[in-house]
Design a binder for this molecule. Structure first.
Ligand code: NAD
Length: 682
């Protein structure tokens, strides 16, 4: 491991330069380098003070996420800070660029902080669902007071130098050369230490503290990390600092454990021992058929990864619409300065929109994103079969349809695979790679390889209704509908799940995606549905009234004319109450805790069922899919991780309870499948 720190001098001041490109992340090597540098300068009698500064564009921008929550290799950041505090020479942090998370905590461990005018500081951990773990919650309030520290720590707000100086976080803002200014500041401290830990926390009135806490909870939707951050900051007045630091660290490690699980789950999702050694087919040109929402997103993802892209449509008008959507995307990227003009022009030059199907012959991979209708897709694959060159990979973006049936419409089912992208396809990382009955191993490997080249996170699934994600999500939504019928209202269920950490509650999501899609699907499946299974008709009733969600201005909620803000609707409440009454269900109050438990258990049960069926290869794949495609909070690790934190007995009892509440049609999963994986050894 090379040492990313060097020691230079400016007269009697040592300048410790941290150089760990691109963002000077606080990795193990950096921590080790800093601690060694501090030990070295402490022992040099000619050195009177020390400056810590970042090379390149920034101070330490944050911690190395890859190390998050892993049993952290020593020295840990708190140990580095302890060494700085123990050093009898003043240490000054010279901040330019950003000092976030661990970067700011390191600076708070110094005796003073000098910053360039354009620098930014903050403790954004709460936005990852964790709290700072290296003293941020204890040292910050010693500089800013409790109320303002709650503002910053519990919302993750970042502030510029001048504001940070006004708050007491930064001692001086510098316009000229930062390094020289910091050295002179350090020299001016005349050898005196000014440790933040020794500052008394200022006495404050309760009112501003309470209002900061209430505002942070509101902004953070009452999530656990926000509560934990507020409590940690408050404890700065209640506990001796070493005790408070230890409590902060253990809360951080507990939360970071789930993040770490997700990190390894994502890494393991790519591991398919049975495919090792199988070579992918070569892919240079990708054809996308259907230039609607998904097709244009997939085309953008392919252009951004430097593939040549053919875009095909049924007719010229639809093609023009798709092409202009792609054009608009690049125009907005250029306008916002995110993509240089030359680069955008280069990417666009690789796009060939066409209605000439002969062009398909040049494609190595063909991805279909036409209407979700088995007849349409089968016809399309037959047509593709007649144009595609031998050896081309044929992929479908279907969300629910039977991939075997689609594959068998061609004379080459072994070349057919599913590539289930998520919307917006150029943004969302998750892709389910679907293995049909006859998919050849090298076709699968090609799909996985291309997905990675597109910057995606591919998860392998077998062909089954809804694959992994939509199947689990459907079980979750069904359970939430049961709760509507039993006594809860959409806004209550959404709030409970948002406070658990979901990006959006299920009914807000349904309104956003449109209720009509699921309605059409339910109607098409009506004949094959078990007539004895519990069926909630509330969404059907809404659809019958033309309430398709946000796009029609009403669904589970009503929307303001800009279609943005949802408002609970008394009419919907009445409709739900009527539906319960017609079924003879006596409505009762459901607590937020019951709502969360049932929704999660429904996911867990479905996960056990699909793992039992062999749809997913590893239990943790379910977590990867739900976190990356469905807004499940990353810091909870995913539904399977959540479940495996419970004792088996407790989980079994909980699923039995869920079964009793769910009623007829509930199929109970076996929890054994949630842990059965050769890869789950970490
Ligand atoms: P869309 O209606 O926006 O686009 C479909 C496009 O396909 C239209 O432009 C249409 O003109 C074109 N098309 C239809 N038949 C065609 C044919 N025979 N030949 C060529 N073009 C044809 O639909 P979408 O939302 O982009 O969905 C497309 C597919 O992606 C569906 O299978 C859907 O289930 C799947 N999907 C959608 C989402 C989503 O959130 N929208 C997410 C994942 C997967």
């Amino acid at each position: 491991m090379t040492n990313p720190t060097t020691i230079e001098t400016d007269g009697d001041v040592a300048i410790v330069v941290i150089d760990n490109p691109p963002i000077n992340a606080g990795s193990l090597a950096v921590r080790r380098g800093v601690i060694e540098a501090i030990e070295e300068v402490a022992a040099r009698p000619e050195i009177k003070a020390v400056v810590l500064i970042g090379a390149g564009k920034t101070f330490i921008a944050g911690s190395d996420l890859r190390e998050f929550g892993a049993p952290i290799e020593r020295p840990s950041l708190p140990e580095v800070i302890a060494a700085i505090e123990a050093c009898d020479k003043p240490v000054v942090a010279a901040i330019h660029g950003v000092a976030l998370g661990g970067g700011l905590e390191l600076a708070l461990g110094c005796d003073a902080r000098i910053a360039a005018r354009d620098a930014t500081v903050g403790l954004p951990e709460v936005t990852l669902g964790i709290i700072p773990g290296a003293g941020g919650t204890q040292r910050l309030p010693r500089l800013t007071g409790i109320a303002r520290a709650i503002d910053l720590v519990a919302t993750g707000e970042r502030v510029r130098s001048e504001t940070a100086r006004a708050l007491g976080i930064i001692d001086a803002v510098v316009d000229g050369d930062l390094r020289t200014a910091a050295a002179s500041y350090a020299r001016g401290m005349n050898g005196h230490k000014r440790r933040v830990r020794d500052i008394q926390v200022a006495q404050e009135h309760a009112a501003p503290i309470e209002s900061a806490a209430a505002a942070a909870l509101k902004k953070g939707k009452g999530r656990p990390a926000v509560h934990a951050a507020i409590e940690a900051v408050r404890s700065a007045t209640a506990l001796p600092i070493d005790q408070a630091l230890a409590a902060e660290r253990s809360a951080f490690e507990r939360e970071a454990f789930a993040l770490r699980h997700q990190f390894f789950a994502e890494r393991d999702a790519a591991k398919q021992p049975e495919l090792s050694g199988v070579q992918p087919r070569s892919v240079k040109t990708i054809a996308v058929i259907g230039a609607g929402t998904m097709g244009s997103g997939i085309a953008i993802a392919a252009l951004d990864a430097d593939f040549d892209v053919l875009l095909l449509e049924a007719d010229k008008d639809a093609l023009a619409r798709g092409a202009s959507r792609i054009e608009e995307y690049y125009a907005s990227r250029m306008k916002s300065g995110k993509l240089p003009e030359a680069k955008a022009a280069q990417r666009k030059s690789r796009l060939t929109p066409t209605v000439d199907w002969e062009r398909l012959r040049s494609a190595d991979l063909i991805i279909e994103a036409v209407f979700e209708d088995l007849g349409v897709k089968k016809d399309l694959f037959r047509r593709v079969d007649s144009f595609a060159r031998p050896g081309a990979v044929l992929a479908s973006n279907t969300s629910y349809l039977d991939l075997d049936a689609i594959a068998e419409a061609t004379d080459r089912p072994s070349d057919v695979v599913g590539l289930h992208f998520f919307s917006p396809a150029n943004v969302m990382r998750l892709v389910e790679v679907v293995r049909a009955r006859s998919t050849a191993p090298d076709v699968l490997v090609t799909a996985l390889t291309v997905a990675k080249r597109l910057g995606k996170l591919p998860v392998l699934t077998r062909n089954a209704f809804g694959f992994i994600g939509n199947r689990i999500y459907a079980a979750y939504r069904r359970q939430c509908e049961f709760m509507l019928e039993e006594g809860a209202l959409p806004e209550q269920i959404d709030a409970a799940l948002e406070s658990f950490g979901f990006a959006m509650g299920p009914f807000a999501v349904a309104d956003m995606s449109g209720l009509d899609i699921a309605w059409r699907m339910r109607k098409s499946q009506a004949a094959s549905r078990d007539p004895n299974a519990r069926y909630v008709d509330i969404p059907d009733r809404l659809c019958e009234l033309g309430r398709f969600g946000r796009k029609t201005g009403s669904g589970y909620y009503t929307y303001s004319p800009d279609k943005r803000s949802p408002t609970p609707d008394p009419f919907v409440r009445q409709l739900i109450e009527q539906s319960s009454a017609e079924k003879g269900i006596a409505r009762r109050a459901l607590t937020s805790d019951e709502i969360q438990r049932r929704a999660l258990l429904a996911m867990v049960n479905e996960a056990a069922l699909l793992l039992g069926d062999g749809v997913a290869s590893h239990p943790s794949d379910v977590d990867v899919v739900l976190v990356n495609g469905y807004g499940f909070p990353r810091w909870e690790g995913g539904p399977v991780f959540w479940a495996t934190q419970l004792a088996t007995r407790e989980l079994d009892d909980a699923l039995d309870w869920l079964g009793r509440l769910s009623g007829p049609g509930f199929v109970r999963g076996n929890v054994r499948f949630l842990t059965r994986s050769p890869e789950s050894s970490h």
